[in-house]
Every structure is written in C-alpha cells, then in structure tokens.
Design a protein around this ligand. Structure first.
Ligand code: USQ
Length: 382
C-alpha cells in the first residue's frame, strides 16, 4: 500500500513510519515544528535524534527498507496538494499536530500557533483527499482527552440518545482540558462534517498517553530511537516518572494523583495504527476507536515505577506537588475500548518487566538527564 504519514518525525510518527515501511511504500512529511518548539523551550529528548532524512538513510542501511522524506509545512495548502498529487496515497496517517497540552496553555502565541497548525493541516488534508484521492483512507490521531472525565461511561466515539421519546446517534460529548485537546475536538467536528457531506473515509484514533521507547525497528540502532521526552512540555507522565526515578528526583504527582487515563505502550500504538491501515473505514464513514489498553491513575503509575525502581536499587520517592493544570483529581472513568481488540490488538501491558526494561534503557543514558527540565513551568490559570 502507498502510505503518506503527516508528522513523520514525531514520537509516534517516526516509529510508525519504520514499522509500516517493512511491508508498504511509505512517504513521510514533517516541518520540524516539534523540534523548533523543543529547542525554544529547552525540551530536547533524552537521546538526541538525527534529522528525519538522516534517520531514513540509517533505517534503509540497517533494514533494507526505504522511507521517502519531505520537509515542509502542510499548513500550506499548495504543498499539501502537491504532495498528495505526487504520492497518490491509498492511506494517509495524520500525526502532524502540535501535541503538547502544556505548550498550548503557555500563552497567546503558543495557543494561536497550536490552533492554526492543527486545524490548518487537518483542513488541507481533508480537501486534498476529497479533490485528488477521494478513496484514500485518512487515519487521524485524536485523543482520549477530547472526552474529558465525564461522570458516565465513555463510549467509542458515539452515543445513542433517547430524548422525549425519540432516538438518535450523536458524537459522544466532548469536554477537553487544554487548548491542545480542544483542537482535536475541533478536528473531529471538521472531519465529521466533511465525511457526511463528501463521503470521505476516516478513522479517528482516540489515543491515551503513550509510553516507551522500544519497537522492533527502533531497537535496530540507537540512531532510530523515537524522541523520548521527559520535560514538562513534551514528556508524558509515564516517561517523565521513569526518568525521574533514574535521576533520583521524587516522582512529580500533580495534586491528589487520582487523575485516571487510558494508557498504552508505544508498541501498541504501532499495532493499532497497522490494524486500522489493514482494515479501512467504509466510504462515507467516520469510524472512531478508543486507543488504549489499560486505565491507571497517576498514583497507580507512580507506585508501579517505585516498586520496580526500588527492586533495582534506585530508591524511588514520590512527592505530590501543586497541580499546574485545571483537571479533576478524583473522578469516575470507564471508557469502552473494544473496537481495536476486535480487530486483533494484542496488548503489551505495563508489567514490572516492561517497566524494568524501560528503566534499564534510561540508566544507560542517565548522563543526558537535565534535571532543570522536570518541574512544571506552565500553569493553566496563569
Ligand atoms: N501528570 C502528573 N505528573 C506529571 C505529568 C503529568 O501527575 O509530571 C498528570 C497530568 O496532570 C494528567 C496525567 O498525568 O492528569 C496525564 O498527563 P500527560 O502529560 O501524560 O498527558 P496529556 O497532557 O493529557 O497529553 C498526552 C500527550 C497528548 C495526548 C494525550 C492523551 O502529550 O498528545 O493526546 O496524552 S490523553 O491524555 O488521553 O488526552
């Protein structure tokens, strides 16, 4: 299959590109927005990553599989149209968004940049597909954070409602907790409008926070490692706690630590995306999957990492600090997630062995840890 990956330099985009390149013709595009923000906010990954073109060259040398790379801004409609015309993709995987909730809450400039980048790329992608390759399957990375933490079970994208004796089906209510997450809600609305109007086919993957740095392809060479962030801007909570455990810094539980989310291993992101590629949505359909394998609270995660870290002699401490975000710290959380399991997802859970292997990998790179990057610098109500 000819697959075009938008945002192919990112934490998820790069390992996805390698994984799919083993059996498909893969093209990736990226404008290095994340690299520029990381540099500007002193949020570089634990292990330095070569440029996208260098990584593709290295991957071809060690695996024999080719990845075509293009550096450019897909917020520019001319570039989007040119690339889609040239590649004629059968599937587009859209990761090309500013993915950091804290960055989107830093101030006006960052909020505007997040809103414009994320919405523009989605809009341009929809139009290029409609005009050039209307059969192409768009796989869009959404987020579980679109739903927020409602006091009812979260369904897989849709909700049947009975009101005054009549029934209909609607998008499940969204209530995001950051501007970044809100851009994903707006993406969903935009996509749903064009799906029902023009009959394009889309899968929206509502993904929870991802952790890990190992995949079959990334493990072939240190230069192929995904961007593994542990800072307050791009680091997701599990990756941050792993690095804090190795650095001897108490794990930074925000507030009460009862915040519960659906988590998944980076390896499972690759499985979920692959399953979606191999089983496309029908024409005129917006198919939505909740993409995570287990729900855990921040306190659960901290305790797991402390237990494994202590058994390795790391002497891990946990410390609650004032929550920089506006979010519920005690809440009901019960999201459905059967769609991807039904397609064949085999979860890699956050076991003690998985945590130990991640900690071992970080211990080797301990000298790279910059402890100034740990404490939160962005407050939601600043
Ligand atoms: N948290 C802590 N301590 C920390 C960091 C985070 O307690 O040091 C808490 C947060 O307050 C939050 C939870 O951990 O309650 C998850 O935070 P996170 O930073 O791991 O995840 P989040 O900001 O929600 O965003 C990440 C990705 C984003 C993706 C999202 C999936 O950066 O791109 O969309 O996970 S979800 O959270 O399901 O919306």
């Amino acid at each position: 299959m000819r697959i075009l990956i938008l945002g192919g330099d990112g934490y998820l985009g790069w390992p996805t590109a390698m994984n799919l390149a083993v059996e498909n013709e893969v093209w990736v595009v990226d404008n290095y927005l994340r690299r520029r923000i990381a540099e500007a906010t002193d949020s570089e990954p634990l292990i330095a990553t070569p440029s996208l073109t260098e990584r593709a060259r290295l991957f071809e040398a060690v695996s024999g599989n080719r990845i075509e790379t293009i550096i450019g801004d897909l917020g520019d409609p001319d570039l989007m149209y040119d690339i889609v015309q040239r590649v004629q993709p059968e599937c587009i995987i859209h990761y090309a968004e500013q993915p950091s909730a804290p960055y989107s809450m830093r101030g006006f400039k960052e909020a505007r940049e997040t809103l414009q980048n994320n919405l523009n790329v989605t809009f341009n992608c929809i139009w290029a597909v409609k005009d050039i390759v209307p059969d192409c399957h768009i796989i869009k990375l959404g987020t579980m954070g679109e739903y927020g933490t409602p006091n009812i079970d979260i369904e897989e994208g849709w909700l049947d409602i009975e009101h005054k004796g009549r029934k209909d089906k609607f998008l499940f209510p969204r209530a995001a907790g950051s501007l970044y997450h809100t851009t994903k809600v707006l993406d969903t609305d935009l996509i749903w409008f064009y799906v029902r109007t023009y009959g394009i086919r889309v899968t929206d993957l509502m993904q929870g926070p991802v952790y890990g740095l190992s995949t079959d392809e990334a493990d072939l060479d240190q230069g192929l490692v995904p961007n593994f962030n542990y800072d307050d801007i791009f680091g997701t909570v599990v990756n941050r706690f792993l690095v804090q455990a190795v650095a001897g810094i108490p794990l930074t539980v925000y507030g009460g630590g009862g915040q519960t989310r659906g988590y998944l291993n980076l390896r499972d992101t690759l499985q979920c995306v692959r399953l979606s590629v191999e089983n496309p949505a029908d024409k005129g359909t917006l198919r939505i999957f909740n993409q995570f394998t287990e729900t855990l609270s921040v306190n659960d995660i901290a305790t797991k990492i402390k237990t494994v870290g202590d058994s390795m002699g790391l002497g891990v401490n946990i410390k609650s600090i004032e929550n920089p975000r506006k979010e519920r710290e005690e809440h009901y959380y019960n999201p459905t997630h059967t769609g991807l399991l039904d397609l064949g997802l085999e979860p890699n859970y956050m076991t003690d062995d998985v945590i130990a292997s991640m900690l071992e990998r970080i211990v080797v790179n301990k000298d790279n840890i910059n402890t100034d990057r740990i404490m939160p610098r962005v407050r939601w109500n600043a």
